[in-house]
Design a protein around this ligand. Structure first.
Ligand code: TRH
Length: 369
């Protein structure tokens, strides 16, 4: 059985481990390879996967061998495929062992997702090691067939469709969340980074003509929501009700996205899952130094909105820019809502095209053959 090593350093938050954990599980389940996932901090994994022990040096989870990556890296057997996630630099001792081994590992650097045009040109490029007889290849996820694609399990869309068409499955999930659903409300999931424009949005929801129910899994945005409800322990103001949820396991979070009418997501992995959920979403992109994330945000918007009439796309972009503080235009929820019929249509067409493309894991496997 082919052996794969995946290396992940947790920079912050959940995204680094979220992506590698998802990929590791998919490789085991769908490609039947043996996967060893090296992670330098297991605490975020324990949030995504409650079965994970946050300190264990070694544990098997969903068929994946999860190893705590410490400074004193052990001498271990060399895998057929080595994935270094997000340029995390595998240990020198291991690299030397790879160079000396008769097994010629395929070494890939799995990069961050971007819709920018340059990605297609850099995907698969080799990077020979300056000293050792090793070549690392860049592997860029992306939205076109010229890139490494997006993570999507083979049965994701059928599981989503089954959930979205079955009131019983939805009722079970509401019960799991311990919430009694209310009809004729707009249900919104809210996940994001600290965001100074949030109070304005909450006020607009409070005054909205349609009642708004927010499902709020624990995140960096929670304290701001809590401030909004100071002196109001029920977390209800005007037409806005917020339900505070614990941080959900990764599979339950998918269901939350499938359930809600609109999803506010962030970073990388929840953003991709919101795309697959097929519901309108708002992306809080991971903020980078020198506003490098603005180009990334605009590249995605250009790609996503390429077939949308200009007045709709202008209003849509203005709202996303305000949410991400790319501009100082006041956030206008009502105007954004008017874009939704056209956006939903576009999302359906666009997501269906993406579904037809080969997913990231299969592109990885193609690269290894
Ligand atoms: C809210 C919630 C999220 N999740 C999951 C969804 C995702 O798999 C994961 C969150 O990861 P992300 O969406 O990527 O957002 P993120 O912000 O957590 O992660 C990152 O983004 C990257 C771009 C950065 O490089 C990383 O350093 C990191 O900041 O948490 C749950 O499983 N349960 C929950 O309740």
């Amino acid at each position: 059985m082919p052996r794969w090593d995946i290396f992940c350093r947790v920079i912050d938050n959940y995204g680094d481990i979220a992506v590698t954990w998802r990929l590791a599980r998919q490789l085991v389940t769908e490609h039947h390879v043996s996967v060893r996932l090296w992670v330098d901090d297991l605490r975020p994994l324990a949030a995504l996967c409650p079965d994970a022990h946050p300190q264990a040096a070694s544990q098997i989870l969903s068929g994946v061998e999860v190893r705590l990556w410490t400074a004193d890296f052990p001498a271990v057997d060399i895998a057929d495929v080595v994935i270094e996630a997000f340029a995390c630099d595998i240990p020198d001792s291991h690299m030397n062992a790879m160079a000396a081994s008769p097994i010629k590992s395929l070494w890939l650097n799995l990069e961050y997702l971007s819709a920018e045009d340059w990605v297609a040109g850099c995907h698969n490029l080799p990077s020979p090691h300056p000293r050792l007889p090793l070549v690392k290849h860049f592997f860029f996820p992306g939205f076109t067939a010229q890139t490494g694609g997006l993570i999507k399990e083979y049965d994701l869309i059928s599981r989503r469709d089954a959930f979205q068409s079955d009131p019983k499955l939805q009722a079970e999930f509401w019960a799991q969340l311990n919430i009694t659903p209310v009809s004729d409300v707009l249900t919104i999931s809210l996940f994001g980074y600290e965001n100074p424009v949030l109070p304005s949005l909450l006020t607009q929801w409070e005054n909205s003509a349609t009642p708004v129910t927010v499902l709020l899994p624990d995140s960096k945005i929670t304290p701001l929501v809590s401030n909004f409800f100071t002196n109001n322990p029920t977390w209800q103001r005007g037409n806005l009700t917020v339900h505070r949820l614990p941080f959900l396991d990764q599979d339950s979070y998918d269901k939350l996205l499938w359930l809600c009418d609109i999803n506010f997501v962030r970073g990388e992995d929840s953003f991709v899952r919101a795309i697959w959920a097929g519901k309108p979403f708002v992306w809080h992109i991971y903020p980078q130094a020198d506003n490098a994330h603005h180009d990334k945000l605009n590249a995605f918007l250009a790609h996503f909105l390429s077939n949308v009439e200009s007045n709709v796309s202008t209003n849509f972009i203005t709202f996303w820019h305000s949410w991400n503080q790319v501009n100082s235009t006041e956030l206008n929820w009502h105007t954004w809502l008017t874009t939704l019929p056209a956006i939903q249509q576009q999302q359906l067409t666009w997501t269906n095209q993406l579904i037809m493309q080969q997913d990231l894991m299969r592109n990885l496997i193609t690269a290894t053959n």
